[in-house]
Write a protein that binds this ligand. Sequence first.
Ligand code: APR
Length: 446
Amino acid sequence: MDISPRIAVIDSGIGGTGVLDAIRQLAPWADIAYVADHAFGPYGERSLDQVRERTEVIARYLDTAGVELVVIACNSASAAALHHLREAMPETPFVGMEPAVKPAASLTRSGVIGVMATAATFQGTLFNDLVGRHASDVQIVTQACAGLAAAIEAGDDVGDLLDRYLEPMVTAGADVVVLGCTHYPIVRIDIEARLPDGVVVIDPAPAVAKRTVDVAHDAGVDLKGSGATWWWTTGFTPPLRPAGDSAISGIAWEPIDIPDGCPRAVRIADTTLSAVTGDITAMPVDAIVNAANVELMHGGGVALAIARAGGPAIDTESRAWIETYGVLEPGLAALTSAGAMPSSYVIHVAGPIWRSDADNESLLAAAALAAVDMADEISAATMAVPAVSAGIYGYPPDEATGVIVETIAEHLSETETTLHSVRFVGYDETMTLRFAGALDRLVLEP
Ligand code: APR
């Protein structure tokens, strides 16, 4: 049965796992994707605009994966982006985190509550609105806990940080402490050990889970799935899990390759397609595609960059290929190693020299198809593709990027593949945005 996630829980790392567990308690059969944005996090240390842009890219990606409700299980991201996301994507229900100031104000007897959070959470208007509405009559000791979420994420010892951050609220006589970042419940035991007996610690996860289920019901999201959890990380190699935290160690992360700075990513079947700016010769993927010529003479453009970065092996193996197979006809791909580059293979394809009287589109589509067929042949998991023919060969770049993206996307939607990620690489932001536009059109005109 082809199951796919209906709900997604997003955090910059493992902080949101407490929220996921709380949702699981209420909706054990829901199909849920947990997204750890390792390639970008921690959100608390990014500007509000960066967090807004990033969470929208992730949310739009999840929309193409079939997700119908998104939980922003991070206080900093909620403070920065929740309002923006609801405006940008009105058709998607979002559930956010907010520091449990309201319950804390109703619980306190000493009239003093402590709130631990990131600086970003305290900066957002959300927090000040909360205080104004629910806690104007109590004393609030706020503590921005710089570095705490990152230390928890990395599994470092947090004792000294907690001593420093909890001391002011203990001194002020707080009898309720709010954990205002989803990472903090992971070290709840260490926090409680530093508070006087009787102090209440509030973790907002159960309340957020209840809200999620209510919103899901209102939105008609089916919570009676197979109970599957997808563990997605935006980075290729997430940091090692903290050894002591059994709840989160040993997670089998599946990479959804959405590099920092990526303006658009979509999911087709089980493959992530992304638009990325950069130098293809430096990308840590299994295979990079070269925009070659039929003689494999790498004299300019990306071909020259590949020949230089890869070293002599590229030309040597290219000469051997031509000796054996002759010129590189349209629809064929030549394979060489990647030499000194971080990738393992170079898939050489010859796009068409654009001519007004030629069938440019089918020639370019044949080159793109040859590249993705070769990637499957070598069982590549990750591949990076430049704007073939859109340079020296003069193919109008808007059309070229569209043909390349549509051809590869169509292949992936119809064919079993080993590829879990394909990066469409612009050497400059302008070309990347053309690839991003082509990915958008995939979604809008499926
Ligand atoms: N990383 C990613 N993209 C790059 C890089 C790089 N290091 N260098 C160039 N590009 C981009 C260019 O900016 C362009 O958008 O690759 C795209 C393809 O441009 P060309 O390399 O000129 O390829 P093409 O238009 O297909 O012309 C192929 O040029 O390089 C020679 O030997 C090649 O004769 C062949 C012809």
